[in-house]
Design a protein. Structure first.
Length: 180
């Protein structure tokens, strides 16, 4: 698949413009409708792509295959969104953005209530995860090890004792690499 990149070239119409809902669309959202979704075929649902990529990324680690099926599910439920968040943050950081951006140049889809002027989080929600990367000037090696440490979280509720031991041993290996 990757060999097709040169032949096919960049995605059409990228980078896309950021689109915010109109007041009328916000009213429809409050009524449970989402009128602004899927209006443009070029727009991707990056949240689901990124979550699926995080699961597939986790499956490349041999430590995951050392766990029993139940521990695998418990662990992935607990860490996939954190890995996804770090991936988005590092991608944005590498592209010199102070807020989360998607590969097509758009910002993440937001829950309409986040756009309300009285919401203290609103756009800051998408900046919080990048600030530590900027402050610490994290490089790609540290990023990869950070994600590996997130995956090897032996303190996740519901893991078997054996699963905790396997993850703790693997986490210690990554800690040694990070701090060496």
């Amino acid at each position: 698949m990757l060999s097709l990149v040169d032949r096919l070239g960049p995605m059409p119409n990228w980078p896309l413009h950021n689109r915010y809902p109109t007041p009328e669309e916000l009213e429809k959202c409050n009524a449970g409708e989402f009128p602004f979704m899927n209006l443009e075929p070029e727009r991707k649902d990056w949240f689901f792509y990124d979550v699926m990529s995080s699961v597939e990324w986790a499956k490349t680690f041999s430590v995951l295959h050392k766990l029993n099926r139940r521990d695998q599910i418990v662990l992935l439920k607990a860490v996939v969104l954190m890995c996804f968040n770090v991936t988005q943050a590092f991608f944005s950081y590498e592209h010199k953005s102070s807020t989360i951006i998607n590969p097509d140049g758009t910002y993440p889809n937001v829950v309409p209530t986040m756009l309300a002027s009285n919401n203290p989080m609103n756009e800051d929600f998408f900046k919080i995860c990048i600030e530590p990367l900027i402050r610490n000037k994290i490089d790609k090696r540290e990023y990869v090890l950070l994600k590996a440490l997130i995956l090897c979280n032996a303190t996740v509720d519901g893991l078997s004792h054996e699963g905790q031991q396997i993850l703790a041993a693997e986490r210690d290996r990554y800690n040694s690499a990070l701090f060496s």
